[in-house]
Design a protein around this ligand. Structure first.
Ligand SMILES: NC(=O)c1ccc[n+]([C@@H]2O[C@H](COP(=O)([O-])OP(=O)(O)OC[C@H]3O[C@@H](n4cnc5c(N)ncnc54)[C@H](O)[C@@H]3O)[C@@H](O)[C@H]2O)c1
Length: 256
């Protein structure tokens, strides 16, 4: 029970339906409740989010779904209000929602650039901004921002995604410094190539798969639970001296 008594809000948490491929948010929600936390799942995927939350409730856990578009400030206010009115506090904020966008610099339109910046950079900013006052009320908290190895190194495409995930990385350090004295820790997670609902279609392409496997020292694609376990660690008091850190979970890809 590493998260006993804690309340968590997880964005992009819809993909946690039993028997289906999990996303990081869904897998984290499942581990969080096993560790004693109450969870609120925020997502735009209403059907999957509702199903994940009701499965967790059926298994005897405290879980609920709230429709949350992370780019919308009003939605954020509503999600925080829902969390507090149902569970009374907020200890853990996992800013995980995201989408992909391919393309080199010349292929990237202004719309693609803006939408990537909105969902990743602005979404994480708003989530952090609205979590802080609630964490202050309970004497601290842990904010976990899901960036990517693509927020650390470059690649041949995904230009706007790289820029937006890089923004999350440095925003996290800035917030960490600002709120460390209030016991609010802010860390980023940098997953490598992991099979999830977001990536599965691309990863199924044999040519792409071969390219990825050739670049991962451990020689395999990761599992969503391998990321979720890192998120549990950062959410728990076991990481009490970590803030502004980057937790890289990538099978060694960025070690070379
Ligand atoms: N899978 C990978 O290989 C990988 C690697 C590095 C980083 N990531 C990042 O991990 C995070 C989780 O992705 P995942 O791979 O677990 O896939 P996922 O599909 O489970 O998670 C993404 C979720 O975000 C939701 N979402 C999209 N736009 C939203 C918005 N505006 N507001 C609220 N929710 C929104 C989607 O509905 C979806 O449920 C993303 O930020 C992604 O960029 C993934």
């Amino acid at each position: 029970m590493r998260l006993e008594g804690k309340v968590a809000l997880i964005t992009g948490g819809a993909h946690g339906v039993e028997g289906e491929l999990m996303g990081f948010g869904g897998a984290s929600a499942r581990l969080f409740v096993q560790e004693g936390a109450k969870v609120v799942l925020g997502d735009i995927a209403v059907e999957d989010g509702g199903k994940t939350a009701s499965q967790l409730r059926d298994a005897g856990h405290d879980a609920l779904f709230v429709k949350l578009d992370v780019t919308n400030e009003q939605d954020w206010q509503n999600a925080i209000e829902t969390t507090i009115s149902n569970f009374g506090r907020l200890d853990i904020m996992v800013n995980n929602a995201g989408t992909g966008a391919p393309g080199d610099v010349e292929e990237t339109t202004e719309d693609i650039w803006q939408s990537q910046m909105d969902v990743h950079a602005k979404g994480v900013f708003l989530g952090t901004k609205y979590a802080i006052p609630e964490m202050r009320k309970v004497g601290g908290g842990s904010i976990i921002n899901i960036s990517s190895i693509y927020g650390i190194v470059g690649s041949v495409g995904s230009t706007a995604y790289h820029a937006a995930k890089g923004a999350i990385r440095i925003f996290t350090k800035s917030a960490a410094v600002q709120y460390a004295s209030e016991n609010i820790r802010v860390n980023s997670v940098h997953p490598g190539f992991i099979a999830t609902p977001l990536t599965r279609r691309g990863f199924d392409d044999p040519e792409r798969q071969e390219f990825m496997l050739s670049r991962i020292p451990m020689g395999r694609i990761g599992d969503p639970y391998e990321i979720a376990k890192g998120i549990v660690y950062l959410a728990s008091d076991e990481s009490s001296y970590m803030t502004g850190s980057e937790l890289v979970i990538d099978g060694g890809m960025t070690a070379q």
